[in-house]
Design a protein around this ligand. Structure first.
Ligand code: ADP
Length: 277
């Protein structure tokens, strides 16, 4: 050990014999699980449609013939089970916790599938939230999953950071609203992924415009989109622009997301499939 050693290799510049390499913080999968690709869906703030996009991507990949799963890591705002109309609770087995499988065959794990009353708030501190997500990865039996979508907690705080480090993400999709694009929030999400060395598959602008059902004219209630400018600034692929679609929100509210036809989301899924091949 050299004289200047601070006993903390992450900050010490000495090159002594006791120097330890950076640790791999990735959690191990359950021994009965197999997950080929893991895609995180992130947003700078809540309410922009991250859970909707996560659900739509899982539905589109499932329609493309893949065995798909959703890990709902948005522990304090879990909305995935509702979108799929799941009422039953998850059960345990000798192998681990079993996900709930939707009508079309998508495997789902969410804190709402474990809470006695899904309306109870989850009032847990950061380490417990992050620990729960790690357990969703390591204690749930994810059998033969081709694509897993992780609905990340919004923002760039402690919990998303721990999840970025704990799950072997193959890439992330950034979901944004037109309003968010004018702020610095998207830039922060981009830089966080870059600092963590996680590939950004692209950006999806949700609630991009409203298409009048009578005349087909596009309206921009949040102002003209800045998507192209922001995508260019950060070197991001534009995966889709999803219009405000009342059918979308009613499908989410009524547990019918699997019946939604959404050509823009379908196109985004095909782009992602190509990027990951
Ligand atoms: P987040 O996960 O970012 O908090 P959600 O996906 O839960 O956001 O969406 C917030 C609300 O907006 C939900 O009620 C959802 O149904 C609705 N919503 C999301 N995207 C659209 C859209 N493109 N058109 C209409 N409603 C939408």
């Amino acid at each position: 050990m050299s004289e200047g050693c601070t006993h903390d290799c992450s900050t010490c510049s000495e090159n002594c014999s006791s120097r330890t390499e950076p640790q791999d913080l990735t959690e191990k999968l359950n021994e009965y699980s197999s997950v080929k690709k893991v895609i995180g869906v992130v947003s700078g703030k809540g309410g922009v449609g991250k859970s909707t996009v996560t659900s739509l991507m899982a539905v589109m990949f499932s329609r493309m013939g893949y065995h798909t799963a959703i890990l709902d890591a948005d522990i304090t705002g879990p909305s995935i089970p509702k979108a799929f109309g799941i009422k039953e609770k998850a059960l345990g087995s000798e192998k681990g916790i079993l996900p709930i499988t939707t009508h079309s065959g998508i495997d789902i794990m969410s804190v709402n599938l474990l809470l006695e009353n899904e309306n109870d708030p989850v009032i847990w501190r950061g380490p417990i939230l992050a620990g729960t997500v790690k357990q969703f990865w390591s204690d749930v039996v994810w059998e033969n999953v081709d694509y897993m979508f992780v609905d990340m907690p919004p923002g760039t705080g402690d919990v998303p950071l721990t999840i970025f480090q704990s799950l072997p993400l193959d890439g992330i999709i950034i979901v944004t609203s037109p309003q968010e694009l004018v702020s610095m929030i998207v830039g922060k999400a981009v830089r966080m992924a870059q600092m963590m060395d996680i590939p950004i598959l692209g950006i999806i602008e949700n609630m991009s415009c409203y298409i009048c059902p009578d005349c087909g004219k596009k309206h921009y209630p949040f102002g003209e989109s800045k998507l192209e400018k922001v995508a260019e600034e950060y070197g991001l692929n534009i995966l889709a622009r999803l219009p405000i679609d009342p059918q979308n929100s009613s499908a989410c509210d009524n547990g019918k997301i699997e019946s939604v036809l959404n050509p823009e989301a379908q196109e985004a899924a095909e782009k992602i499939e190509k990027l990951l091949k």
